[in-house]
Design a protein around this ligand. Structure first.
Ligand code: SF4
Ligand code: SF4
Length: 343
């Protein structure tokens, strides 16, 4: 499976648009999604929940959490890499930073960047607070400078949090703060896809003279898995394995050791060293390598989103112990919900 099958900007752009539209959607003449804590009333697209329905809210949250765990177990960290708010806003802020750095002189760039970041952070905060108080009134009060009390506090709080998380902390949140990231290894097994390097084609890595064809074109073919793993280990641990061997050009694999995959990674991971626990499955490294490989005329990316078992030529199993546990938990929660609704 190549990754991603669609342009990488598509999911973040669609989800950010959806989030900013959410409080403006109407249902039967009311705000479709309004969690009005003051009135103790939640409106969810025509469904109205009152304080006595707190069990329904907790049940919905439990179903969503279990569904996300099952999704991650089956498909890997696609949520982290393409849909988590930290990724969405981090990507948007990084895009603004890239554009201002490219287009503006260094003297004014930081000021313009921070103004743009502040504008996005304030609009995000207004949209978020607009899920808890009627958004039209909120916008009117905000534009007339009439916000006060808790409303003003929460607006500024979420704006500063967005600005700090997306502008400065970015992937540090994923690496060190997010509890879901720490929980991932418990959900994954050898059938869960992750970003993998095709070492039998890529190794041994290294620069080479111009015009040297790829391993298929010049008939070297793929290495066996043990030899490829040995080269990977030597490259990843030069202090343990001693000085790196030099290879004749015709023995080289397709990895040019250009470093484009590491440079593209928001966490500066080198996925060639093996599966990375911190990897968000964002696909930036696979895209970067794909560009390098196509330009070199070698073929497709050396980095793919694959199941480790499939990479090792083993058959895929849909139902594994963790799949059954998560499916059972989800089914139990849904049955409990149906029982409460009918009871
Ligand atoms: S290694 Fe880095 S760039 Fe590649 S998918 Fe993981 S987080 Fe993204
Ligand atoms: S981008 Fe591809 S060719 Fe370049 S170092 Fe990474 S794996 Fe090797």
């Amino acid at each position: 499976m190549t990754h991603p099958p669609l342009p990488r900007w598509l999911a973040p752009a669609a989800l950010l648009t959806l989030f900013h539209l959410l409080p403006w959607l109407q249902w039967d003449g009311r705000q479709a999604l309004l969690l009005d804590l003051g009135a103790r009333r939640f409106d969810l697209f025509g469904l109205t929940l009152w304080p006595q329905d707190v069990g329904v809210v907790l049940g919905l949250l439990a179903v969503l959490a279990t569904g996300l765990a099952l999704f991650t177990h089956l498909l890997g960290r696609l949520w982290c890499g393409h849909a988590c708010p930290q990724t969405l806003w981090g990507t948007a802020f990084a895009w603004v930073e890239g554009a201002t750095r490219r287009l503006l002189p260094a003297a004014v760039e930081p000021l313009v960047r921070h103004l743009l970041w502040a504008a996005i952070a304030l609009w995000t905060a207004l949209t978020f607070v607009g899920l808890f108080t009627p958004v039209g009134d909120l916008l009117t009060r905000a534009t007339h400078g009439a916000l006060k009390g808790w409303e003003l506090f929460w607006l500024l709080f979420y704006a500063v949090t967005t600005w700090g998380n997306a502008g400065f902390l970015r992937r540090e949140v994923c690496r060190t703060l997010c509890p879901f990231a720490r929980f991932q290894p418990l959900l994954q097994d050898v059938h869960t896809p992750r970003m993998l390097y095709l070492a039998p084609r890529g190794e041994p890595r290294g620069p080479r003279p111009a015009g040297l064809g790829g391993v298929q074109a010049r008939g070297r073919g793929l290495l066996d898995a043990t030899t490829a793993a040995d080269y990977v280990f030597r490259a990843a641990h030069p202090t343990l394995s001693g000085s790196t061997a030099r290879f004749a050009a015709d023995r080289l694999g397709d990895c040019l050791d250009c470093g484009a995959c590491v440079a593209a990674c928001p966490l500066a991971l080198d996925v060639r060293d093996g599966p990375q626990a911190d990897c968000l499955a964002c696909g930036a490294c696979a895209d970067a390598c794909g560009n390098v490989q196509r330009k070199a005329g070698f073929g497709t990316s050396l980095i793919r989103y694959r199941r480790p078992h499939a990479q090792a030529g083993q058959p895929w199993r849909l139902l594994r112990p963790r799949t059954l546990i998560l499916l059972g938990l989800l089914a139990a929660l849904l049955l409990l919900g149906v029982w409460r609704l009918l009871g």
